[in-house]
Design a protein around this ligand. Structure first.
Ligand code: GAP
Length: 536
């Protein structure tokens, strides 16, 4: 049996570089605040909460569903509208069981697990080791910080890292653990993984003991039975990635949509993984949504396309205007055997820099294996080169829920206002905001509510609008700030005379008097998805 790390680039243990972000001291608080806000304001609820919830499963509420739809739409339009050589599909979640044999998931989509006999808690063995190495990395960062303070302007960080005995000692520990971990995982030597945990005296954070079970491989796919079919083939799986629905449809799409290589197939949809360590809110769930695009290219051109897609995907993120320093590329140092290049786009979540999206050059691994297992040819005849070949694939794969969390965490702000008042505002990129405009009559009488509703009637075909007449205008503004509504429009007595309203912008809180006739244009300029797409 192969180790999980030798088969799946995405789940390959990250080779530890010691360049991790120092763990934010208030990370748990920040995440807790976000979770609380997301629940209170109808973005994300724990699943089946009345039964105390189901771990690592979440439901999206009214504003969450809108935000999620808007992110999905932005991705879909960027892929399929802006690229005439990319088309979309919507494949079934259930697939023929042999699909997962061919893709390697049945045999090797595994995580190495270890249990603590005292606490009965279960861990991913590689994660225990990575967290152990992270402690040494933290020590290094603290030492570097001390050096910076001590030497001031004259501080030479590179030289300090290369010569300081404490830093060198910690780096040697990291290198030693990393070397043994990599060798053990590559050889699928689970006893060696356990021995490393014992040698490093890694203890269970709950019981504080090192009373560990053996390490076992655990397959992450959810299996179920298909109704009437008997025998081995009755076991089917909930797809652990959407990509395979694209691979098996490669020729159907190529022929029906008359696609010529290079071309891409895009898909969004649910994926399921029986994650062992599923925590950190919607970052790692057992049921989640992916947005994947497989780009089919002529063998030999894949590195060029890989680099182009890296650029293109980063551009997509940057257009949103979240802080540039919140993104970074992380190259996979140890590649899966089928990949000839792979990297992650990492985002600075409240828990530190973590994978948001993967970009992988997957060679012809998937198509060639599906050919072998299905007995069907999956070759493409290239009319220009006058030859047939199995295309290579460059994949971009992003978790929709992770993108949601990235946006929510970057958007959340607690702001002190003049006069000592505070507000919580979600600075969600305007085109993705769940509600675009709130229309508020100053009072609930004298025809103002009717006027407000008439304004909504004029806007609602283009924008998601909300009517709000309850409480003071200040309180209504706060409610809209908390769900990230870019514009609030107030209808007052002057409106009844001259058809003008006050429009208030979320981030600056500036207010302007404008004609009702101009509202659609003003709002559209800012909230239309086109404002993002034209940057790509
Ligand atoms: N087809 C390639 C693939 O599935 P992956 O790195 O395993 O690669 C791609 O997954 C993306 O899916 C990740 O970058 C992440 O955003 C998202 N993802 C993976 N597992 C997830 C989980 N358990 N919960 C939420 N999102 C997840």
């Amino acid at each position: 049996m192969k180790t999980y790390s030798s088969i799946f680039a995405p789940r390959a243990a990250k080779v530890f570089q010691g360049d991790r972000e120092p763990i934010m001291s208030n990370q748990e608080d920040r995440l807790k605040t976000l979770i609380g806000h997301a629940k209170e304001y109808g973005f994300v609820f724990p699943s089946s909460e009345i039964y105390d919830g189901l771990s690592a499963t979440y439901d999206y509420g009214p504003y969450g569903a809108e935000l999620k739809n808007n992110i999905r739409q932005y991705w879909w339009a960027a892929m399929t509208k802006l690229n005439e050589n990319i088309v979309g599909i919507d494949a079934a979640i259930f697939m023929h069981p042999t699909t997962w044999k061919a893709s390697g998931h049945v045999d090797a989509f595994n995580d190495p697990l270890i249990d603590n006999k005292d606490s009965k808690k279960r861990y991913r063995a590689d994660v225990l080791l990575e967290e152990h190495m992270a402690k040494y990395a933290d020590k290094i960062e603290k030492e570097v910080e001390k050096g910076r303070k001590k030497f001031g302007e004259a501080f030479d960080e590179a030289q300090f890292r290369a010569t300081n005995p404490n830093v060198k000692r910690s780096q040697e520990r990291i290198d030693a653990v990393e070397g043994r971990m990599k060798a053990a995982l590559e050889a699928n030597d689970l006893e060696a993984v356990r021995q490393l945990i014992i040698d490093e005296e890694i203890k269970c954070p709950v019981s504080g003991t090192a009373n560990w079970t053996e390490v076992r491989q655990f397959n992450l796919m959810f299996a179920t039975e298909l109704g009437s079919v008997s025998g081995e083939s009755s076991t089917i799986y909930l797809r652990p990635e959407t990509a395979q629905g694209i691979f098996v449809n490669f020729l159907n799409v190529q022929k029906s949509a008359r696609m010529k290589i290079p071309f891409g197939i895009a898909q969004t949809g649910k994926a399921f993984r029986n994650e062992i360590v599923a925590r950190q809110f919607i970052f790692r769930m057992r049921e989640f949504e992916q947005m994947e695009m497989q780009f089919f290219v002529k063998p030999g051109t894949e590195m060029d396309w890989y680099n182009r897609w890296k650029d293109q995907r980063m551009k997509w993120h940057r257009a949103l205007g979240l802080p540039v320093e919140s993104y970074r590329f992380h190259d996979h140092i140890k590649l899966a055997h089928y990949a000839n290049a792979a990297c992650d786009i990492e985002f600075r979540f409240p828990m530190g820099f973590k994978e948001l999206e993967g970009i992988h050059s997957r060679t012809d691994f998937d198509l060639a294996n599906h050919e072998k297992h299905s007995g069907r040819k999956l070759t493409y005849f290239d009319p220009e080169a006058n030859e047939s070949y199995v295309p290579y694939v460059v994949e971009t794969s992003i978790g929709l829920d992770r993108m949601f969390l990235a946006i929510l965490s970057a958007a959340y702000d607690e702001e002190k206002l003049e006069g000592g008042e505070e507000r919580v505002v979600l600075r969600i990129p305007a085109p993705l905001a769940p509600v675009k405009v709130a229309v508020m009559p100053l009072v609930k009488k004298d025809g103002l509510p009717e006027k407000a509703r008439a304004i909504i009637d004029g806007l609602k075909l283009s924008h998601n609008c909300q009517y709000d007449e309850k409480d003071s205008i200040g309180k209504r503004y706060r409610r809209q700030d908390a769900i990230g509504t870019p514009y609030c429009i107030t209808v007052d007595y002057d409106t009844m005379k001259d058809d003008t309203v006050t429009i208030r912008e979320r981030d600056s809180m500036q207010q302007e008097r404008v004609a009702i006739a101009d509202l659609d244009r003003i709002v559209s300029d800012k909230v239309d998805l086109r404002s993002l797409l034209k940057q790509l």
